[in-house]
Structure formats: C-alpha cells, structure tokens
Unconditional design. Sequence first.
Length: 355
Amino acid sequence: MIKAFSILFILIVAVSCNTKFSVNGEYDETPIVHMLLDPNEDVHFLKLNKTFLGDGDANDFAMVPDSSYFDQVEATIKEEVNGNITNTWILEDTIIQNKESGTFYYPEQKLYFFEANDLNEDATYKLHIDIDNGRHIVEGETKLVRGVGINLPSQNQQLNFADNNVAQNGYNTQSIVFSEGEGTTFKAQIRFEYREHRPGDIENKEILWNLGSKDLSNITTSSPSFAANGEVFYELVANRIEKDETVTRRTIKAFELILTAGSEDLNTYMLTNEPTSSLAQNKPTYSNVDGGLGIFSARTSVNQYKPFQPASNPNVRAFSINSTKELCQGQYTGYLKFCSDHTNDQSLGYDFACD
C-alpha cells in the first residue's frame, strides 16, 4: 500500500511539474472594421484592428500597436451603379496623431483612406479587404444616406431665443425641423461663432452646442424636430466663456446649424453597443460585414451657415434683435462685453450696439 501510494505521489508531482495550464482559450484572430462613408467628406477613413490574446496582462498588450494591427492589408472600395462598376479606389495607410488617451495605445493610430469628393447617391459601395495574403477576407456593402435636410428655420430666417421682456415673457425655444429621408439616427448641433477684440488683435472663437440625438426607427412623424431652448443657450455661453479683462468687446460672427444622419445599419450597431445597466451582461453582437466584425455603413451631414450680417444683404440677420440684446445685456451674459456690430443696430442707435 505504501509503495503504491509513493508511485502515485511521484506521478502526480511529475505531471504537476510538466503540465502548463492557461486561462486563455484557443485564439481566434478576428478583423474588426469601422468605416462610414459621408458624401460631404473629401477623405474617407477605414479603421481596421484585430482581436488579440496572450499570456500576461491584457493591458500591457493593449499598449503595443502591433497587437492590434495586421501585417499586410489590401483594401478597395468599388462604386456600383445598376450592376456596373463606375469607380474603384485602393486605400492607402496613414498614421494620425489624434487618438485620445485610454486603455489602448495612443496618440498614434493607423488608418486606411481614399479620397473622393463626388460619391454617387444612387450607387452601392462595396468594401473588399484582403488581409495577410488571403488569411482573412472581409467584405461589406452600403448605400449612402439620402434625402436629409433642414426645413426650418430657412436660410434667411433668424434665430429667436428671446423677446423684448424676458423677465415677463421668458425665453423662446427655437425648433429645428428636418426631413429624415433615408436616415434613421440623427444628431443636431449649433455652432456659435464669435470674435474677441483686443487692442490690435481680433480672435475668432466658437462654442459647439449639442442639442441631442434622436432614433426614428420606431417613430412615425411627419415633422421631426429638435428644440433649442433660449435660456440654455445663454447659460451655455456664460459657462463656456471665461471673464477676460484684456478683451475690450465681443461680437457675433455667425451661427451654423448642423444635422448629422446615420443609416439604419449604423443605428442598430450603436444600439447594440450601448452600455447596459442590466445584471445580464450577455448582449447580442451586431455586425454587417462578412469575414469579421464591425460596421461598414454611411452617414451624411446637412449644414446651414447663417452669418450674423450677410455681406450680400445687410437687412438679413442670423439672430433676432431681441435675442442679440439679451446676449449683450441679459442676466446670464451681460458681463461678457458682447455688443452688436450689425449695421442696422448701429444706425438705429440701440444701446447694445458697438461704439
């Protein structure tokens, strides 16, 4: 019995000393693709990474670029109209320096790109990626997002955030009504451009105001819109601009309405990748590419640029008289030295006009 136990003990020790166990399962290398075509852009970028696995701290691997990149990539985009190939682009690689700090390596990142400023709204675009001489083939196709537009306000219609007596009437809410076309997910922003004047110097600055997002996949409405609350605008300006005694005055340059629309595929991808607060952490994986994971889809943006005083027509203004007065003298922004250099405001002698 003692002899048998000794032999068994020796066998166990031998196996324990010679067998290596790994918590990592079998490594399945997977390409991960992100690319959105936008007809308003001149340069179109593809982001291509791979899953990685190794023995050790995953955070250490994440900081090594080679862990996320493939060695050899040949990517093409083909434009197809009515079954005919009308354009073909071969993507080139480039290194950019705008990657934010985080878990993965930064600030550099490798992207692939092609240049085209005339994408066809009637075409289908097909992506083909050959990775490491056929080790992976990734394919996908998409159409562009069409028919999106800003209906109200019109180009020459002024934004109206305040009436003459704010204390009595409160602030106004400006509606931005849009046509959804073939878009499903939407984001609206207003860019407020202004100038800071100092002795011998004028500096252009801007504030970007996010109005939120809308998912119209399950909503039927004839006039979808975003609401821009006037009081929120003045509070935002007050919070974003620091008091600066070197500034002698600030003037309004322009407002720009920006509406961005994404495809149904993009909307589905975003919804399935949202953080979850559920105790059940298993979430469905959505991908519209073959041979990998990720998204190859489309988005578009519609912009309405409204100069405070267009050079072609001095009687048109982007911001109503009362809204301008509130910016210059109101409870939230009166101390920021805004004044109006609009020709009509100065000729009429308003007390909020610049000297």
